[in-house]
Design a protein around this ligand. Structure first.
Ligand SMILES: *Cc1c(COP(=O)(O)O)cnc(C)c1O
Length: 749
């Protein structure tokens, strides 16, 4: 769609220097580009004239992964930027006039903003990358959550962070790409821990008008609306567009006047607990995504269903063929050849499934509209299509409706082939057509400034554009010890400053005793080995391996060669076991030293994750194998020179060279959990005291930990290129994004 000539009656835009998104302006398609430009122009009108470039920058998240982007907005009013959750649109809407005037009179700042804006324009002007994806028919990536930036609270954790990273990488590589999700009005829950260690959940409202997003309107100036029948309502959804570099992210929103209260609530919360609403979300996400794209003039070449939530999307893709009277099988075969599916969940219970009766109620009207018999639709969601008693699983549906399916690490691919073997009963597990594309992380997003500057000096010009090339990273072997250690120590020091401030506030908010609050102010020593353990709190992640032997823990914290630990993570609101695990950790807090050497940061999110992965020396992960599909936080740590101490599961099982680029704990499946936990706790103790501590604390005459530095180099060299989003996107383009006929996908019965 991008290369069509501009239509004579395209809306006229107020030209501010130059509108930000004209580069690929299209024709008749009302795809929200003009709406984003208008929003930026309106924002600029309220600012001193010289700040117009800031208004344009604010409406494209590209600033967030360009060096110096965040600093530009901080320069206007750092405190307010933090108060606004680093949302630049809100900052510019709310900053007091004196701050704006000061910025407008700072020529150096204005030059920096103009430079970045020039970069943004250059980025948008680049032609699409030649290759597998036709610019006229982009890849449409569909996901229930996106972790683009802390200021866009429509994510919960790993799945969203991965989706955000892939979208940014697609932009960096100029791959024709659009993304679709939901605009949750209250996002995911926020977490507060009380003084006793119990988690409390609360939700904050998001006002889309204050986000870097614009409501997509038609040429008549009315909000573009799509309708999807769900239960017995015709649900209307509007579409917000937010620009993530070159990639538009379209977010469906049912909170509009045409809808009743129940329908408005569909996009109320991410992973809403109520099953009926959740199912409604998935119908909307799948069917609504394709309808919205077509309403905007975008006919995707391929759908990438990231997790099963959007599994119904291929049905809508098939709608025109069905309307033309094509037989169902033929219409679905075509849709299947244009659909790729990524599964992320290695536990059967994590794969959403709904009773047939509920699905019939939710999709009956839709099925009638599409002329698909409801029984056929239900069969798509079953492992055994003929079994009337089986529920409707979104993963089964996605497997039935895609030409390519993959897990997210080599090991997860194996697990998924076993898990879904039932769909291909006449094949051995190894022959099940589910492959793997191991996850990767968007390097510019996660890399700390000191390490970024270090790589700029040593990896050669343009290294970032070749982040997946192992030859680029071979140059880390030449970085002098002093410089490598200085960058690492600087990132640790930045983390410690952050931890002190945040944990003091967290503890004050919890009503902790003064002494414990003050311990936070002293918390953390910049010369002490810093270990991070931050991830969703679920029992299988085994946070308790750290605290089960209290004497051991205390001796490590207070030893001659001490450690300090930063913890973070949310427990699912209904996971009482996980909440108890969290509470058990807090029971240690009355012990001397624990207050200063162990910190739990409330409300783990993209922002705190960034500080942690940049600053921690060791990234710890203790899942019970094989339950870690991939894990990506360790990759974020690795590109920053952090070392992995993890169970050989998920991505680490294919990456670890024990004692060379990090350390591994056994990854075998064990049915006796108690024995496994004891064995793994012992292994953890041994590794920490025999390998990790000496490597960190043994210093040469210059005071440098040469063994540690050798491990860091090996880790960077072997892990950074392989676990970059660039490598991941390349594999998607070479594999699943190539359209194919059926190739071994299951028949519908
Ligand atoms: C990267 C990331 C995750 C995923 O981390 P895991 O390694 O899968 O635990 C979760 N939450 C946030 C905020 C992240 O940035």
């Amino acid at each position: 769609m991008r290369d069509l000539p501009a239509s004579p009656n395209a809306p006229i835009i107020v030209d501010l220097q130059r509108p930000i998104a004209t580069a690929t302006a299209t024709a008749t398609a009302a795809d929200g580009r003009a709406d984003v430009q208008r929003s930026a122009a309106e924002l600029a009108e309220r600012l001193p004239e010289a700040l117009a470039p800031f208004a344009q920058l604010a409406y494209n998240y590209l600033w967030s992964w360009r060096p110096g982007g965040g600093a530009l907005f901080e320069a206007i009013d750092a405190r307010r930027f933090a108060l606004c959750g680093k949302n630049p649109v809100r900052l510019l809407q709310e900053a007091p006039m004196p701050a704006l005037r000061r910025a407008a009179e700072d020529p150096a700042l204005l030059t920096r903003a103009q430079d970045l804006l020039t970069q943004v324009h250059a980025e948008l002007d680049r032609p699409p990358a030649p290759g597998a994806v036709d610019p006229a028919h982009p890849v449409a990536f569909i996901c229930a959550e996106y972790g683009i930036h802390p200021s866009l609270p429509i994510y919960s954790g790993g799945l969203g962070a991965l989706a955000g990273d892939l979208v940014k990488e697609a932009s960096d590589e100029a791959v024709p790409f659009v993304a679709v999700g939901l605009m949750y009005r209250t996002g995911y829950f926020r977490q507060r821990i009380d003084a006793a260690g119990w988690q409390h959940e609360y939700w904050l409202d998001t006002d889309p008008e204050r986000l870097p997003a614009a409501l997509v309107t038609t040429h008549e100036g009315r909000p573009l609306t799509v309708e999807v029948p769900i239960y017995d309502a015709r649900v209307s959804a509007r579409v917000w567009r937010t620009d993530v570099g070159r990639v538009p992210l379209f977010l469906l929103d049912t909170d509009c006047p045409e809808n009743g209260a129940l329908e408005r609530w569909i996009t109320g919360r991410l992973y809403v607990a109520d099953a009926e609403t959740r199912l409604a979300q998935y119908v909307l996400l799948g069917v609504g995504a394709v309808r919205a794209l077509r309403a905007m003039g975008i006919e995707p070449g391929l759908l990438h269903l990231n997790e099963g939530h959007a599994a119904l999307a291929p049905l809508e893709l098939a709608a025109p063929a069905l309307r033309d009277g094509e037989p169902l099988d033929a219409a679905l075969a075509q849709a299947r050849s244009r659909t790729a599916f990524t599964t992320h969940t290695p536990v059967p219970a994590g794969n959403d499934s709904y009773p047939a009766e509920l699905v019939t109620r939710a999709t009956g009207a839709l099925a009638a509209e599409l002329a698909i018999p409801v029984e056929e639709l239900l069969a798509l969601g079953r492992t055994h299509p003929g079994d009337q008693h089986e529920g409707f699983g979104v993963t089964q549906t996605a497997l039935h409706l895609s030409h390519a399916a993959n897990g997210v690490s080599r090991r997860h691919g194996e697990v998924a082939r076993q898990m879904w073997n039932g769909l291909w009963p006449d094949r051995a597990a190894a022959e099940v057509p589910i492959g793997h594309v191991t996850n990767g992380v968007h390097v510019p997003t996660w890399l700390g400034a000191p390490m970024h500057a270090l790589f700029d000096r040593h990896l050669g010009e343009g290294w970032l554009a070749h982040a997946a090339d192992p030859d680029v990273w071979a140059a880390v072997e030449q970085i002098p010890d002093e410089e490598l250690w200085a960058a690492r120590s600087l990132q640790r020091a930045e983390l410690i400053a952050f931890v002190r401030e945040r944990s003091t506030i967290d503890r004050l908010g919890r009503g902790d005793v003064r002494e414990y609050v003050q311990a936070a102010e002293r918390a953390f020593d910049p010369s002490v080995l810093t270990i991070g353990f931050a991830r969703r709190v679920a029992t299988y992640k085994r946070l308790d391996l750290l605290s089960r032997d209290v004497d051991w823990t205390l001796s490590l914290l207070g030893g001659e060669r001490p450690i300090q630990v930063v913890l973070g993570g949310k427990a699912h609101p209904r996971d009482e076991d996980a909440k108890r695990t969290l509470r058990a950790v807090f029971e240690l807090k009355s012990k001397a030293l624990v207050g200063e050497r162990v910190v739990f940061l409330d409300d783990y999110d993209l922002d705190s994750a960034a500080w942690l992965v940049r600053g921690c020396d060791v990234w710890l992960n203790l899942p019970r194998p094989p339950l870690e599909a991939s894990g990506t936080s360790g990759m974020k740590s690795a590109v920053n020179g952090g070392l992995q101490l993890s169970v050989l599961d998920g991505w680490w099982a294919e990456a670890c060279e024990p004692g060379v680029n990090g350390w591994g704990l056994p990854g075998e499946i064990e049915f006796d959990h108690q024995a496994q936990d004891q064995r793994d706790a012992d292994a953890l103790h041994r590794l920490l005291s025999d390998e990790v501590l000496p490597a960190f604390y043994d210093r040469d005459e210059r005071g440098l930990p040469v063994r540690w530095l050798a491990l860091m180099r090996a880790s960077l060299r072997t892990l950074a290129p392989r676990f970059s989003a660039a490598r991941m996107l390349g594999e998607y383009i070479q594999g699943p994004y190539r359209m194919r006929e059926g190739c071994g996908t299951p028949r519908r019965r």
